[in-house]
Design a binder for this molecule. Structure first.
Ligand code: DC
Length: 222
């Protein structure tokens, strides 16, 4: 386990983990890793090879052989699969639909966790995901669990998709979110839940800046 500064931020879909985590990392001048991108990239690799995301043995084989690497520094970090930058594929609709399924498979998780721990050993960082405080970085300097009501999260995600020019309706976003919450919290391996020593922050009525400020305050007392 790393002895340098590590901050673990977990929470459900659209709880603000990524925007908050990136801002905290920038304020502290340390690296940032959004582990959701790794599960998304894995899902993308699965689909590209024509593997059914429900085919456990094919997923296991892929998890053992896939060439997934992180390159670059804090914000310019690129996630490469088979040497190709995955960034433009991670929000595709079929990736969105497959990712929770592949993320529930233990061999896939083991491969992703091993890579995440390797990255954490390289220096101080903020890591965000679902199981960072409970599994990946059990000894993190600070563990934060971001909470927000499902309606607030659906509104945020809906606004975000509209700004990306996507035609979606709010009820669809809300239903998609409920389904992913269910899969993430009910899976047998590393279900989404706060670590016992995590500080829970309810973000419903807080701005991103306020959440960042709160995390920096918490860090002062570590
Ligand atoms: O945070 P996100 O929406 O990009 O995550 C995509 C999926 O990956 C989501 O279904 C949960 C899963 N995930 C996970 O199981 N563990 C993590 N540490 C990060 C993401």
């Amino acid at each position: 386990m790393p002895s340098h500064l590590t901050i673990a931020i977990d929470g459900p879909v659209a709880s603000g983990k990524t925007v908050v985590g990136r801002a905290v990392a920038r304020r502290l001048g340390i690296r940032f890793l959004d582990t959701g991108t790794m599960y998304r990239a894995f899902a993308w690799a699965t689909l590209r090879r024509g593997i059914d995301p429900k085919d456990g043995s094919a997923l296991a084989k892929l998890a053992k052989t896939l060439d997934m690497r992180l390159e670059g520094g804090s914000d310019g970090q690129r996630l490469l699969v088979d040497g190709e930058d995955t960034a433009s594929h991670l929000r595709e609709r079929d990736v969105e639909q497959a990712v929770s399924l592949v993320a529930a498979v233990s061999v896939v998780r083991a491969a992703m966790v091993a890579l995440q721990r390797k990255v954490a050993l390289e220096g101080p960082l903020v890591m965000v995901g679902r199981d960072i405080g409970t599994v990946v970085l059990k000894d993190a300097t600070l563990k934060v669990f971001l909470k927000a009501s499902r309606e607030v999260r659906a509104t945020r995600r809906h606004e975000e998709q509209k700004t990306h020019g996507k035609e979606v309706n709010y009820d669809e976003v809300l239903a998609g979110l409920a389904l992913r919450d269910k899969i993430d919290t009910e899976r047998a391996d590393s279900p989404l839940r706060p670590a016992e020593d995590a500080v829970e922050v309810d973000t419903d009525s807080l701005t991103v800046d306020q959440v960042v400020q709160r995390i920096l305050e918490l860090l002062k007392h570590r």
